[in-house]
Design a protein around this ligand. Structure first.
Ligand code: NAD
Ligand code: MG
Length: 342
């Protein structure tokens, strides 16, 4: 299979959703596929859309209930529960037949990307820590409910040998690799530099920077022209929060990795982009990413006066993964609730 010309099965057509396959894809599929998608409008125009609404009032605002979990935390234990697009994300066939690996795919932003990728027609492997099995199981079920293959590979990304094995196992079980979302992270708030231990500094860099380097390096053996790498950085790469300085440093490193690697890989036809979220309602925050006191007002400092929900990032990951953004590489998309990154 050529990664930029996916094979498309009957299952792909079903999973791609109700009559929303675009013209060029239909042409690539041939006459049987055209018949199978007979109710698709000739123009390729969508038949439904999310209801238009004011984004300021779309989701919960602070104050939130005081809460704390041990790291890495579980989405299922958050109050209110995050929205990862479970009931809202509708696919339109943008990633039919693609093979994706998403680190931190069990919860938060990674889960939102996993749900969206599957509903767009991709088979998805997720990595997470073994203690996150409950969250991971929900994501696996959601991917399968979308009619796609789900591969769950738990393990600790701070181990170089595991990172290589993760990528090779994902590619073996998916039958290739077209999309890599490097998204896992550690964030621990510590008010003063003098209180950041070497152990924490090391673990944060291992999880956020080294793992991305090891996973991406291993993925290059599998990625073909048309493939897309997406790294999750942060608003902290531009405007660091003083209480998560070591984390902010890693996010700066990720942003530079995206820009530099894009220049290196564009000659191979592989695109590299980043996403820079602002405050998003995920387990990263109540499990030590913020103090329990600050979590009560989390997101209140943004122009939206609320945190984002993981579901609000999914479409950007899909866009960066899809062939529709073929001329986009080396970019970092801010999703910040109105706090510009540049
Ligand atoms: P999350 O807790 O849902 O996801 C982070 C994931 O990282 C965890 O689910 C866990 O599976 C994984 N992880 C952590 N340590 C690991 C390890 N040693 N080995 C394997 N996996 C490990 O939180 P999230 O907010 O969705 O985080 C996703 C990305 O978004 C991260 O890169 C984070 O820095 C970034 N981000 C989040 C926010 C925010 O406010 N939530 C803001 C900016 C950027
Ligand atoms: Mg998690």
């Amino acid at each position: 299979m050529e990664s930029d010309r996916p094979t498309v099965s009957r299952r792909d057509l079903v999973a791609a959703g109700s009559g929303m396959l675009a013209g060029p894809l239909l042409a690539a599929l041939g006459s049987n596929a055209t018949a199978a998608a007979a109710d698709a409008p000739a123009s390729g125009a969508p038949t439904t859309a999310l209801p238009m609404q004011n984004p300021l009032t779309q989701y919960p605002k602070p104050p939130f209930k005081k809460q704390h979990q041990d790291a890495p935390g579980l989405a299922g234990l958050m109050d209110p529960k995050p929205d990862h697009g479970e009931t809202s994300y509708k696919g339109s066939g943008k990633l039919v037949g693609r093979k994706a690996l998403i680190t931190g795919g069990d919860s938060g932003i990674g889960r939102a990307a996993a749900i969206a990728f599957a509903r767009e027609g991709a088979d998805v492997a997720i990595n997470y820590l073994p203690v996150e099995e409950l969250d991971a199981k929900e994501v696996v079920d959601l991917i399968r409910a979308a009619g796609r293959k789900a591969v769950a590979i738990p393990g600790d990304l701070r181990d170089e040998a595991f990172c290589k094995k993760l990528v090779d196992d994902a590619a073996a079980q998916l039958g290739g690799l077209d999309l890599l979302v490097s998204n896992a992270a550690k964030q621990v708030y510590v008010e003063s530099l003098t209180d950041i231990t070497t152990e924490q500094f090391d673990a944060t860099f291992k999880t956020n920077v080294y793992a991305m380097f090891w996973v991406t390096k291993a993925a290059l053996a599998h990625l073909k022209p048309g493939a897309s790498i997406i790294c999750t950085t942060s608003i902290n790469a531009y405007d660091p929060s003083p209480s998560i300085l070591d984390y902010a440093m890693t996010k700066g490193a990720i942003a530079i990795f995206v820009k530099g690697l894009s220049k290196q890989l564009i000659g191979k036809g592989i695109r590299v982009n980043g996403v820079a979220p602002g405050p998003i309602w995920t387990p990263l925050q109540p499990s030590g990413g913020q103090s329990p006191e600050k979590l009560v007002t989390f997101g209140g400092e943004t122009p939206y006066k609320r945190p984002g929900q993981p579901a609000e990032l999914a479409a950007t990951y899909v866009l960066l993964a899809s062939q529709e953004s073929s001329y986009v590489s080396g970019e970092i998309y801010g999703i910040t609730g109105g706090h510009p990154t540049a």
